[in-house]
Design a protein around this ligand. Structure first.
Ligand SMILES: CC(C)(COP(=O)(O)OP(=O)(O)OC[C@H]1O[C@@H](n2cnc3c(N)ncnc32)[C@H](O)[C@@H]1OP(=O)(O)O)[C@@H](O)C(=O)NCCC(=O)NCCS
Length: 179
């Protein structure tokens, strides 16, 4: 088994900026950029931030609070900024902010924000510990408090669904298997 380096890391240690111009192949039938194309980039930027914090492979376990604030157009340059907001035992939450930059006018719009959860895994795909997160500024502390609230909500939701399925399975075996 690998000895993981669990030296605490700062938020800045995970910071990632990903920049990509949107092209015709990113568009939907309405002519603006497909939400899924942005989601893929968000997942990539967030995954890199998680890997930087964990010091190894991480897998996406949850994506939530993805809000599309503005349409993105072909020719816009997307700038995605990602960093870890909180670290649990084996998981990290990553926040991503996406700005759409018009390279001609130089104008920039806040297009999208998202929070994702990644789990660090070992060579067998089994969750393994991650370093604690050092939060320094007031902003980092606020983001960590909010991440903690989202974590509680996610785990409560997961537990509620599990309990409901178990109750249903006890009443009518096999009924919930296709969901
Ligand atoms: C990620 C994975 C290894 C976790 O397995 P698991 O059996 O749920 O593991 P655990 O119960 O030990 O949970 C591991 C961590 O994930 C967190 N977690 C599990 N389910 C979660 C959910 N639905 N939302 C948020 N966090 C979750 C737990 O809180 C725990 O975090 P902590 O150690 O910081 O407290 C497993 O679900 C998996 O392999 N999923 C597929 C991942 C993948 O392939 N993603 C790519 C996209 S397809």
């Amino acid at each position: 088994m690998t000895d993981w380096d669990l030296t605490p890391k700062r938020v800045a240690d995970s910071h990632v900026t990903l920049t990509q111009m949107m092209e015709v192949t990113d568009a939907n039938v309405g002519g603006t950029v497909h939400g899924g194309a942005i989601m893929r980039l968000v997942d990539t930027a967030a995954g890199l931030a998680a890997i930087r914090h964990a010091g190894g492979l991480c897998v996406t376990v949850a994506i939530d609070e993805m809000t599309f604030l503005e349409p993105v157009h072909i020719g816009d340059v997307l700038v995605l900024k990602a960093s870890v907001t909180d670290a649990g035992r084996t998981s990290v939450e990553v926040g991503v902010r996406v700005d759409a930059l018009d390279p001609i006018s130089g104008g920039s719009r806040h297009a999208n924000s998202a929070y994702l959860v990644f789990v660090a895994v070992d060579e067998h795909g089994v969750p393994r510990p991650v370093p604690p997160l050092i939060v320094e500024s007031e902003k980092e502390k606020r983001r960590q408090r909010e991440a903690s609230l989202r974590r509680q909500a996610r785990l409560a939701h997961k537990a509620a669904v599990k309990a409901a399925r178990e109750a249903e399975a006890a009443e009518a075996p096999g009924a919930a298997e296709d969901v």
